[in-house]
Design a protein. Structure first.
Length: 391
């Protein structure tokens, strides 16, 4: 990993404290924990995990850039879909994992322009550091609307309206499955001695059991070609969708993330899985490097998410690419409002739209899935180019 920039001394010290905590948990568990637990600790351990430790994550100075960081046109187009959902259910929005707060500000400003402001805009965010950044962003970008925003510590008991989750499912802890000629295994984390009482994190496989084995058998994973087939299983994402289904009285969830339908997710050619780590805009494959300083993600199996919602009583309202969704929601019309085409502002915005919608950029890799209840007629974002058959 010599190409990665070196963390600061303070960051390395924080990572070392998290590593000590992980090692203690492994020892207490008898020498092995599932990767899903390691990923949960690496991302969300209070005060030490990647999303709870205070490091800058979003934008050019962070580790990655999300769609709202590229341009407000993303939120402006998405607002058209939220308006339709709210008018058919209730004037409320909950955004899950709101990052820097830019999407919330963009949505509120555009919904105000459309005459469809939500009575309440909830943000479900567990990171205190990110809550503070979100409040600052709203105070700067949409000060007159900031009073409509409130923060949630947990899912509401019941809810009607629109739920938005942009790049949330990909950072939910996943189990790692390993298929070999001698059976199905779950890949977890153990400790390897390094001498002088030191140890390091290492991979360790155990026979897959319980819910993990049952879910793996249902997938019919490709037979390993002379080696092993490694992939991810997001049981946490399925449970999260089912929990929302218990609470959503009317409205829709809009889930935006990178991933594939099942037929594309578990291809024989994808034998090493989709797990990726991000550090200072560098992608790498070592989740044990500097725990707590790297984002750890896995692509989304959208078929599994849709099935979880459907089995819990929600309707699958639509599934399509991010490009098609944004075009259907009028992103090009939003672009036209940026002024003369020869102007610098328009040119910058057009380049951002290109990145959001080009097949070789985010347009095809990112998908949008809508799960809802009590809505009649097709949703705007899926009016043309819907790919529900691909699920």
């Amino acid at each position: 990993m010599s190409s990665l920039p070196e963390p600061s001394a303070d960051a390395l010290a924080q990572s070392a404290r998290l590593l000590e905590s992980v090692a203690a948990e492994i020892e207490a568990a008898g020498g092995w924990i599932p990767f899903s637990r390691y990923m949960e600790l690496a991302l969300y351990a209070p005060g030490l995990g990647y999303y709870s430790g205070g490091a800058r994550k979003f934008g050019p100075g962070g580790d990655f850039i999300t769609a709202p960081e590229l341009t407000p046109l993303f939120g402006q187009a998405l607002a058209a879909q939220l308006e339709q959902v709210m008018r058919a259910s209730a004037a409320q929005v909950i955004e899950v994992g709101a990052g820097t707060g830019l999407l919330a500000a963009d949505l509120l400003l555009e919904l105000e322009r459309r005459g469809c402001l939500p009575e309440q805009y909830g943000i479900l965010e567990l990171s205190g550091e990110l809550r503070a950044r979100q409040a600052d962003t709203l105070a700067q970008k949409a000060p007159r609307l900031a009073a409509r925003v409130h923060w949630l510590d947990a899912l509401p008991e019941r809810f009607s309206g629109a739920v938005v989750a942009n790049e949330v499912l990909d950072v939910m802890p996943v189990h790692l499955l390993v298929s070999r000629a001698d059976g199905l295994f779950e890949r977890g984390v153990a400790l390897a001695a390094e001498g002088a009482g030191a140890s390091r994190l290492c991979w360790a496989d155990v026979p897959a059991a319980g819910a993990v084995r049952a879910a793996a058998l249902a997938l019919a994973l490709p037979a390993p070609a002379g080696g092993e087939y490694v992939t991810e299983l997001n049981l946490a994402g399925r449970a999260w969708v089912a929990a929302w289904a218990e609470r959503l009285q009317a409205g829709a969830m809009l889930l935006i993330d990178y991933g594939y339908p099942r037929a594309e997710y578990y291809l024989p050619s994808r034998a090493s899985g989709t797990l990726l780590c991000y550090y200072r805009h560098h992608a790498h494959g070592d989740p044990f490097l500097w725990p707590g300083l790297n984002d750890i993600t896995a692509f989304v199996d959208f078929t599994a998410v849709a099935e979880a919602g459907f089995e819990a009583g929600l309707d699958v309202q639509g599934y399509t690419t991010q490009a098609r969704f944004l075009f259907n929601c009028g992103v090009l019309q939003c672009l036209e409002r940026r002024g003369p085409r020869e102007g610098a502002d328009y040119i910058r915005a057009a380049r951002a739209v290109q990145r959001l919608t080009a097949p070789q950029e985010m347009g095809e890799l990112f998908k949008v899935l809508a799960l809802g209840r009590g809505l009649d007629g097709p949703l705007l974002g899926f009016a043309s180019g819907d790919r529900m058959h691909a699920l």
